[in-house]
Design a protein around this ligand. Sequence first.
Ligand code: KIV
Length: 282
Amino acid sequence: MPAAAKRTNGAVASTSSAADRRPVTVPDFLSARSRGVRLTMLTAYDYTMARLLDAAGVDGILVGDSLGMVVQGNEHSLSVTLDEMIYHTRCVSRGVRRSLLVADMPFMSYQVSPQQALENAGRLVKEGGAHAVKLEGGVRSEASIAAIAAADIPVMGHIGLTPQSVRRLGGFRVQRDEAKLLDDARATEQAGAFALVIECVPSELARKITESVSIPTIGIGAGPACDGQILVTPDLLGLYEDVRPRFVKQYAELGREVLRAVEAFCREVQERKFPAAEHQFR
Ligand code: KIV
């Protein structure tokens, strides 16, 4: 049995065959376009969800600082700390066998200097178990991306709507400044990033950006021309409905299912139907 197959997560049913179970690598991302395959990425913040996403065959798992919203209940990601990102990345890493594990660098963990960025990226790898890190900003983050990449830590860029800029942008808005976005994309590639997230950009502009770089682009609200797609998993599963951006496709209604199950539990306890005989020790 190939080593990769032995390492599969046997407890959860997988949609991938054993042959597909080789771990996904940075070179796999880089060659996706020439191989004609679309990349899939989703977010995870804990072990249980990471196991499910990994078993389902997603190429990349992002421990996104969106956890500020969907895990911590804030309105933005600005208060997420590096220690919190390391903690969640470590939890996720225990559930990952095949997917490429990318950890977000939170606000103010890379903006001060390239030295600060490198040290903090190193912590996400050494303490969190991340395979790669992601940070926001193109031209303004060039030196930090270069410093991290020079230490052989793979870096994913993130341009367009960069949620850590929410105060300057005045909200979570579609980004349309073509010249700036093209400059940001090229700067990210030249600094040594291996992939680029494009968030909330009109589809035609995202296509131009994708054509202007040789690294794969991963879109979120950026149309179908990107080399891959990413969504925030609680959005996709219908677990987080505080905000429903237009670009989200909800593939399940787990929020409703959770409500149904918890209400049934409460009812059965009140009606003395649970625990039944089969749930008791004799
Ligand atoms: O934090 C996050 O989940 C992200 C994705 C939305 C790309 O950055």
